[in-house]
Design a protein around this ligand. Structure first.
Ligand SMILES: [Zn+2]
Length: 1223
């Protein structure tokens, strides 16, 4: 009787806790045989227990509390009972217990083996023919809860055969909503496992889901939600996706989605709508699905529905997923080009048969960029879905391993091994570049043996002719130049050479930059009139230019003539101006320069001490480009004066990317709105520039460093631009530099550079493009300014074939899109990726540096070699003259440690040149620091390692079509002359026991902010690997850290946190690693300067400008001086010891601050989900693992969440792979 009145129990005043314990103890005693023999007793006990737990919450806590064996007792009773009522009672008890406790109780249940017990009961009940509905309901409810915590539930269920039980149950109970719901919840958990999903697909689970799936209804929405989620999980399997496509379910999904979209007017069921989109998203991972989607008019349907959602912010997830699907299904297209090989080809005299150029040009025409459908790799789908158990535990270990893949683990390679490589006989010819090291001085026999450096080996190499080392006392400043066998700068006719200071006094420091108060004598009110004059002057000019150029041609110059109609404005104007300025009055009245009305040029001489307009044109004439450019871009001619204001990083507006993508999709949906008007095309030799009709902009980029290949007007104010590939290659698109004219004032124009290649860009993180307005320049503001709004960098629908990408999958291109308006009528504007710095600019600057030389400065300019394109590669030597010709002073002079600097091996990294300019100006400057620096060191500088790349507008390569910073291990004398000879200089020095104290190659970084260094450390590399055994004993000098450490203290843009000293395999043929390993320079660095801006220090939040870059170059010098002052001695080894003291670092401390280079620099931004949309690159199998770990607390293994997670994974992957190419 008592048992039938359980309520009485607590009314008797006995504490419930003790009651629970009594009941549990009774149950425990029954476990085993008596459980079977006395079912009535077990029924009673469990019934009482259930009642207690149902009525008093604390009893549940009592059972589950730590130290008690309540759960074990319950589980073993459940296992041993054969009585269905008892089983049901216990299941109800468990259900009550597991509902509370936020999953912790479920965890305890799982850890005590509860899952297995449930599955066994399920199986044995299913064998009984007609299992009790109540039992099945309880079992599935519990399993659905267990799915939260037991990541292996899917695997356990499959192995025990429970999966099919559930499927059969669903099949038989389609109308039984009460039972159906928990069964579907469990199915949803099972489906996350990929092997289950495939097997469920085979047993008809997809068809089953579509039977339950229904049009909009207010009833049973939770059932629909679970069904949709389970379906989305099932469709992650490509086999299942194919099955669904073949059954015609794509259009079903679309119409169900539209039904919910139309009827769910209060947006109460966005989760269901999102789930339906996830189904579509997964099904379109296969090509068949994408085709079915477009055939079912999916693009238009999703475009229209998401356009209607745009206004409601809470519907963003729907819009984002829709745009993701649309982008995937947007038909892949080839670029609008006849070939993606560069429009220009440089015939190499010497081509390695296995080299990249030979491979590229041996391809049949047209093959190189056809979009190849086989790129989908779909044939492999079925195979990858075989019975590979997706055991989730493996996953966690996988990532760090792949991160480590590129780290050099070969201990032998990690130890610097001086290998001068070539016999000294061969290197002797380089002696002439080191006059300062070897010469006798005015007949004195100087014994410098104290330093064991320029001793026996050098004496044999000494030239027979005594060469005079000039001293400050003895010689005039010009002397050094004239004794050079080769003079870098061409003779400068028709004008006075830059006059060096006549006395030993230092040149005046440049005046402070006050640009905004600086005015030219032109009156702005005369603007209109001036325009007319300008045009007239230019007409005159172009005629003259031809004459000028022809004359030049007769002299054998390589500058060719273009018809004026083909080549607009620029060089003609400038060339003539130069002629008129230098040669007299040929040009008539327009040619006179002293009137304000004529083409007024900004007098930047006061502001830019190294700039000289006429000199620039002279330099251009000696520059050889493959396309034989005859024009000069105004910005390079006028020069750039850094603005006085700071330019903050652009704040990214939410939804920019989405709206750009929608506009792109509109091209497909409303093709008639697209103009498709060709305006500029390098591939059509006859009409590179289409005359403007007033409705379109005019484009041009046929000048040094320019690289626009094609411009197409797509809408009234929107232009697609295609960049040219690096010469003799078919890729490397990042750098750009082009001219625009014919604009309307105040109109917003959109520009899309559609063939970018890197998978992400600082344009997504605050960087703007640079614009130069000629009108602004002649109004007294000659400068590049950061400009552009709605800037966005995203994957587009253009792609190239796997053949073109060297056997990888076909690769998508990226669009860099920006919008801007223009403020002046009849302006000529320029857009560029980063502040241009041409080869001609370098030559001009070097020429002007000569003028900064004082008698105290020893400056020599040599030509290291000629490039493939016929340009000279300059080599500079800067130090101080010996104080006198006393032997002490000469010895000091010769024994100064060497500093070897280089820059611009990558032509697109113009910032490196600006940093180098800062270094050179500082070194030549009049400051006492500069003087001390010159007295301390001998500087050897190759300021531009890749002149040809710079001249021809390449981003990365030289004319050999190769990245020169991957050739340092085995440079070819003919194909990579600048690298070959620079390395030889270093090898020569190594032979002479004069290896530089510091080697640094200046670069630009397109993905990270700040300025930072890469160096080489054995220890820090080993710490990144798992090789721990040998490393503990390893002794390594910490001197390599001193210079970056000093820089982080004095240079505001420099960030120690971004530095890395890890040696990577992919970098083993870079300058830094080779100079470290083969030449034995411990302080061998790459210095990377951002193209974007800073996120730390004084410049935090601002974009970087030339002022900051030049400052960086100057601070680098100051740091070298500190490095020297830290010691006060010249002895290398001693210096190293002292540095270690200064840094005061224990290895462990040091390791903390090392950033591994692969670390992602930027946080993902709001629209990341759009950004990383892939159509060909999905890895559905990996997703299933991610899905298992991303179940949310509410108990829904959210397939959409899984999708998001895998996206961020794949974008991280892209970061890793993309970054490798950066240095
Ligand atoms: Zn670089």
């Amino acid at each position: 009787m008592k048992m039938n009145k359980p309520k009485m129990a607590s009314e008797k005043g006995v504490p419930s806790t003790s009651k629970v314990h009594i009941l549990l103890a009774q149950l425990e005693r029954m476990t085993g045989d008596s459980m079977v023999t006395d079912p009535e007793a077990s029924r009673q006990i469990t019934s009482k227990l259930l009642h207690l737990i149902q009525t008093q919450e604390k009893t549940g806590r009592e059972v589950m509390s730590k130290g008690t064996s309540g759960m074990e007792v319950i589980l073993s009773s459940l296992e041993s009972t054969r009585d269905s009522q008892t089983t049901l009672n216990i299941l109800c008890i468990l259900s009550e217990l597991l509902t509370l406790g936020k999953g912790r109780r479920v965890g305890a249940f799982v850890s005590k083996g509860g899952t297995g017990v449930l599955l066994r009961i399920l199986i044995s009940a299913s064998r009984e023919g007609q299992p009790s509905e109540e039992l099945m309901l309880q079992l599935h409810s519990l399993l659905a809860k267990v799915g939260l915590k037991d990541r292996k539930l899917g695997v356990k269920a499959r192995l025990s055969g429970a999966v099919n039980v559930t499927v059969n149950l669903i099949k038989k109970n389609l109308q039984n909503i009460k039972l159906l719901l928990p069964c579907l919840q469990v199915l949803r958990v099972y489906s996350v496992n990929m092997v289950n999903a495939i097997s469920l697909g085979k047993s008809g689970a997809i068809e089953l889901m579509f039977k339950i799936l229904a049009p909009y209804s207010k009833k049973n929405t939770s059932l629909i939600k679970v069904t949709v989620d389970a379906l989305a999980a099932l469709l992650k399997s490509k086999t299942n996706a194919r099955r669904a496509v073949e059954a015609g379910y794509v259009s079903t999904l679309l119409s169900v989605y539209m039904d919910w979209h139309r009827h769910d007017t209060w947006h109460r069921h966005t989760v269901i709508r999102k789930g339906l989109l996830c189904c579509l998203r997964n099904i379109t991972n296969i090509r068949l699905g994408r085709r079915a989607f477009t055939n079912a008019d999916g693009m238009r349907i999703l475009y229209n529905s998401s356009s209607e959602c745009l206004t409601v912010r809470t519907l963003d997830p729907l819009v984002n997923t829709s745009s993701l699907i649309m982008r995937k299904c947007f038909p892949k297209n080839r670029l609008p080009l006849p070939t993606i090989k560069s429009a220009f080809h440089h015939q190499l005299t010497h081509v390695l048969p296995s080299g990249p150029v030979a491979q590229l040009y041996s391809q049949p025409p047209g093959v190189d960029d056809v979009v190849d459908d086989s790129d989908d790799n779909e044939d492999m789908d079925a195979d990858t879905e075989n019975d590979t158990e997706n055991e989730e535990d493996e996953k966690d270990e996988k990532d760090p391993r792949s991160l480590n893949e590129d780290i050099e683990k070969d201990i032998n390679k990690l130890h610097p091994q001086k290998s001068p490589g070539r016999p000294f006989e061969e290197l002797k010819v380089y002696e002439r570049f080191f006059v300062e090291l070897t010469e006798d001085f005015q007949g004195h026999n100087i014994d410098c043996s104290t330093t064991a450096s320029t001793t026996s080996s050098s004496s044999s190499a000494r030239p027979s002719r005594p060469v005079i080392v000039p001293t400050a006392q003895a010689l005039s400043p010009n002397h050094v130049t004239t004794q050079n066998s080769q003079v870098l700068c061409p003779p400068h006719k028709g004008r006075d050479p830059p006059s060096p200071p006549s006395t030993a006094t230092a040149p005046l420091p440049p005046p402070a930059l006050q640009l905004d108060t600086f005015r030219f004598n032109k009156e702005l009110s005369k603007k209109e009139e001036m325009q007319q004059e300008l045009l007239h002057a230019l007409e005159c000019v172009s005629v003259k230019a031809e004459a000028f150029l022809n004359a030049d041609k007769h002299k054998g110059s390589s500058i060719s003539t273009r018809k004026p109609s083909q080549s607009p404005l620029l060089l003609e104007g400038i060339a003539i101006r130069c002629m008129a300025g230098g040669g007299g009055s040929d040009c008539g009245s327009e040619g006179t320069e002293d009137e304000g009305a004529v083409l007024e040029v900004p007098d930047t001489a006061q502001l830019l001490p190294l700039h000289d307009l006429d000199l620039y044109v002279e330099m251009v004439k000696g520059t050889h480009s493959v396309p034989q450019y005859t024009e000069v871009a105004y910005p390079d001619y006028f020069g750039h004066v850094a603005p006085t204001f700071r330019e903050p990083l652009l704040e990214r507006v939410y939804g920019v990317q989405r709206s750009k993508i929608f506009q792109d999709i509109e091209r497909l949906i409303h093709p008639n709105d697209i103009l498709d008007k060709l305006l500029y095309d390098l591939d059509v030799p006859s009409c590179p520039v289409i005359e403007s009709d007033g409705e379109s902009l005019k484009f041009n980029s046929q000048f040094e460093s320019g690289n626009l290949r094609k411009a197409i007007q797509v809408r009234k104010y929107e232009y697609d631009l295609v960049l040219n590939s690096d010469i003799n290659s078919n890729h490397h698109h990042q750098w750009f530099y082009f001219e625009v004219s014919g604009m309307r004032v105040g109109t917003m124009y959109r520009f899309n550079i559609i063939n970018c290649e890197k998978s992400n860009s600082q344009f997504n993180y605050g960087m703007q493009v640079l614009m130069y307005s000629v009108q602004e320049a002649i109004s007294g503001r000659p400068r590049w300014v950061r400009t552009g709004t709605d800037i966005c960098y995203y994957k587009n629908h253009f792609a190239r074939s796997s053949i073109a990408t060297g056997g990888q999958k076909g690769k998508s291109y990226y669009t860099m899109s920006f919008s801007t308006s223009f403020s002046h009528k009849d302006d000529v504007c320029y857009f560029t990726y980063h502040y241009p710095y041409t080869y001609s600019s370098l030559k001009m600057h070097l020429f002007k540096l000569e003028a900064m030389r004082t008698p105290e400065i020893y400056l020599r300019q040599d030509v290291l070699c000629e490039t493939l394109g016929g340009n000279s590669c300059p080599l500079l030597t800067i130090t101080a003259m010996p104080e006198s010709n006393s032997s002490d002073h000469i010895c000091q002079f010769r024994n100064r440690p060497l500093i070897f600097l280089s820059a611009r091996v990558h032509p697109g990294e113009t910032n490196a040149s600006w940093v180098m300019k800062g270094t050179l100006e500082f070194l030549m400057g009049a400051s006492s620091q500069a003087a001390s620096l010159r007295e301390a060191y001998i500087f050897k500088i190759v300021p531009m390692l890749n002149p040809d790349g710079v001249v021809n507008g390449n981003d990365r390569c030289s004319l050999s079509g190769e990245d020169l910073n991957r050739q340092w291990q085995n440079p070819d004398a003919e194909l990579h002359p600048t690298i070959y000879h620079t390395k030889s200089l270093l090898q020569y020095l190594a032979h002479m026991q004069r290896a530089p104290l510091v080697f640094c190659d200046y670069h630009g970084h397109s993905r990270k902010k700040n300025v930072f260094m890469y160096g080489c450390s054995v220890k820090e590399t080993i710490w990144q690997t798992n090789i721990s055994a040998a490393s503990t004993e390893l002794q390594e000098d910490l001197g390599y850290r001193a210079l970056p450490k000093i820089l982080s203290q004095i240079a505001p843009a420099f960030s120690m946190g971004s530095c890395s000293f890890v040696v990577e395999r992919s970098k083993e043929s870079t300058a830094r690693v080779v100079v470290w390993r083969e030449i034995g320079v411990q302080r061998s660095y790459t210095m990377e300067s951002t193209v974007c801006g800073c996120d730390q220090g004084k410049y935090k939040g601002f974009q970087i400008g030339t002022r900051e870059l030049e400052e960086m170059g100057a601070q680098f010098c100051v740091a070298l001086l500190r490095l020297k002052r830290m010691t006060g001695v010249h002895n290398h080894q001693h210096l190293l010891d002292l540095e270690s003291d200064l840094i005061g670092t224990q290895p462990k401390v040091v390791s903390c601050s090392t950033t591994y280079v692969m670390d992602e620099d930027e946080p993902s931004f709001l629209e990341a989900v759009d950004y990383s949309a892939e159509s060909n690159d999905e890895d559905g199998e990996a997703d299933s693992e991610a899905g298992a770990s991303s179940r949310d607390v509410s108990g829904t293994p959210d397939s959409c969440a899984a999708v998001r997670l895998s996206d961020s994974e794949s974008s991280k992957e892209a970061w890793k792979t993309g970054r490798v190419a950066n240095q």
